[in-house]
Design a protein around this ligand. Structure first.
Ligand code: NAD
Ligand code: UDX
Length: 477
């Protein structure tokens, strides 16, 4: 098998950027060029203000940028020079046509693949890094073979990425496993061995697993579906807790101690967000439907439906605490990112909550430590679907810090679990003193000490716990 000397990564996003930066850092003898058609994004990667915010990323980028790591918009040159090409472009849910709302839009994967076919003048290993439906590699192969120069060979690998945002650098440095799918032909195996060598610079050989292409593609969708399913399961139980006086953290702890279940990913929340879970499950639902497996499709669809229900249930709980009307009330939203330690807001539950509160006529003040103001406005104004900016700004404002957001508010809502919102960091007594009374706090992320806040005078509504003042009916005890 060949020794990889030059790598091109098409797509400088949340996955391509960090993944290929770590590859460059761990392989100083390989030249890594990350390319994108988005000039602003590439400019940002070449500046001191990286386009994505991940703990530890700035240091690694600085250590190898200009040495063996390059960011460029010259897609063709990078393709031409590379012997291994990662395709790490976006694969959003289709919004139009067949499969709209479920299927993955593979338009970006296709255009990147066509470009590779057109430009390549030497053999290439093409690696699917994007999350794609099962058997996409076959379509890429058709495109490459139908459009390339005679005598050029392409080997296609699947190498899905398992990093989570907010912990991208540590996930990449210490992955649970690296998965490489290839055809079981001699050249397929050789290509997989070449890619395995790249990872072996820092990942133990027994953590680099190889398998057939289709298993590898499906494993990525399966892993995300299983993770999201755990969250929807615990969130479904949180509804039972709120109605009975059971405590979801105790239930989660008790279940997680069973080594067959394990403690991770059992944290109840206002709902999962992020660019992957919903998209990938809907993709799996579509795949199941198209394979004539409607029961399988319905099973996985329920994970997404439960998540929608959880967001709606949480905001309804806020509204019902105010005797079913929040018209003109001020609601402070703490956190707009879909999880802590990232500025990413894709599918953030905060967006759903703000939209819901807006339709009820509330005034909303948002504070997030990392999300840019312009991003919040983009998320709250979708042309043709939502109101325009002037309308939105009649009800929504963005605060410079948590205290300003909560000033004179009727309710404070924790949407993202940023450490700075914990009651050991933020001065909730000060917040309480400047709020309207009764003062409510709704903890959608289980980061606050309920008793402590109740002692300050707050009415507290926590996911998976009864609201302050809840009493178990006498005959139950
Ligand atoms: P992203 O939108 O942040 O980045 C994709 C980039 O590809 C964009 O900058 C876009 O301009 C660029 N691009 C699109 N078409 C191109 C083309 N033809 N040539 C050059 N550049 C092109 O997306 P992302 O979050 O990095 O996700 C990429 C893929 O990885 C998706 O399939 C996603 O499902 C998967 N994934 C994402 C995560 C995550 O945490 N975000 C984790 C695992 C897997
Ligand atoms: C996910 C997968 O974890 C990762 O392996 C894959 O590569 C991409 O998709 P990401 O979406 O970045 O990663 O973050 P993740 O930590 O999985 O969180 C997703 C959402 O679930 C967040 O909104 C998070 O707050 C929520 N979550 C997570 C919970 O509500 N409870 C939990 O116990 C865990």
């Amino acid at each position: 098998h060949i020794k990889v000397k030059k790598i091109c990564c098409i797509g400088a996003g949340y996955v391509g950027g960090p993944t290929c930066t770590i590859i460059a850092a761990k392989n100083p003898d390989i030249i890594v060029t990350i390319v994108d058609i988005n000039q602003a994004r590439i400019d940002a990667w070449n500046s001191d203000n990286l386009p994505i915010s991940e703990p530890g990323l700035d240091e690694v980028v600085k250590s190898c940028r200009g040495r063996n790591l390059f960011f460029s918009t010259d897609v063709d040159k990078a393709i031409h020079d590379a012997d291994l090409i990662f395709v790490s472009v976006n694969t959003p849910t289709k919004t139009k046509g067949m499969g709209a709302g479920y299927a993955a839009d593979l338009g970006y994967v296709e255009s990147a693949t066509r470009r590779i076919a057109q430009i390549a003048r030497s053999d290439k290993i093409v690696v699917e890094k994007s999350t794609v439906p099962c058997r996409t590699a076959q379509n890429m192969r058709y495109i490459l073979e139908a459009n390339s120069k005679a005598g050029i060979r392409f080997d296609i690998l699947s190498n899905p990425e398992f990093l989570a945002e907010g912990t991208a650098v540590s996930d990449l440095m210490n992955p649970d496993r690296v998965l490489i799918g290839s055809l079981k032909t001699e050249s397929g195996r050789a290509a997989a061995a070449s890619l395995a060598d790249v990872y072996a610079s820092w990942v133990a050989r027994d953590q680099i697993i190889t398998m057939n292409l289709w298993s590898s593609e499906l494993s990525k969708l399966a892993a995300n579906a299983l993770l999201a399913q755990r969250i929807s399961s615990i969130n479904a139980l949180s509804a039972i807790c709120e109605a009975t006086g059971a405590d979801i953290e105790e239930v989660s702890y008790a279940c997680g101690l069973d080594t067959r279940i394990g403690p991770k990913f059992l944290k109840a929340s206002v709902g999962f967000g992020g660019s992957c879970f919903q998209k990938d499950i809907l993709n799996l639902v579509y795949l199941s439907e198209s394979l004539h497996l409607p029961e399988v499709a319905a099973y996985w669809k329920q994970v997404v439906d439960m998540n929608e229900y959880q967001k709606r249930r949480f905001s309804n709980r806020v509204i019902s605490s105010f005797f079913n009307t929040i018209y003109g009330k001020k609601i402070a939203i703490l956190g707009f990112a879909f999880k802590k330690d990232t500025s990413d807001t894709r599918e953030s539950p905060a967006i759903t909550l703000v939209n819901h509160f807006r339709t009820e006529g509330a005034q909303i003040a948002i504070y997030d430590p990392k999300v840019q103001e312009s991003q919040i406005w983009i998320d709250l104004t979708e042309p043709g679907v939502m109101d325009d900016l002037t309308e939105v700004q009649k009800q929504v404002s963005i605060a410079k810090d948590a205290y300003a957001a909560c000033d004179d508010a009727d309710a404070v809502i924790i949407c993202t679990e940023w450490d700075e919102f914990r009651d050991t960091v933020l001065d909730y007594k000060l917040i309480y003193d400047h709020m309207k009374k009764p003062a409510f706090v709704f903890d959608g992320r289980l980061i606050l000490n309920k008793t402590r806040l109740e002692d300050m005078g707050f009415q507290v509504g926590t996911i998976g716990r009864a609201t302050s003042g809840f009493t178990v009916p006498k005959d139950w005890e």
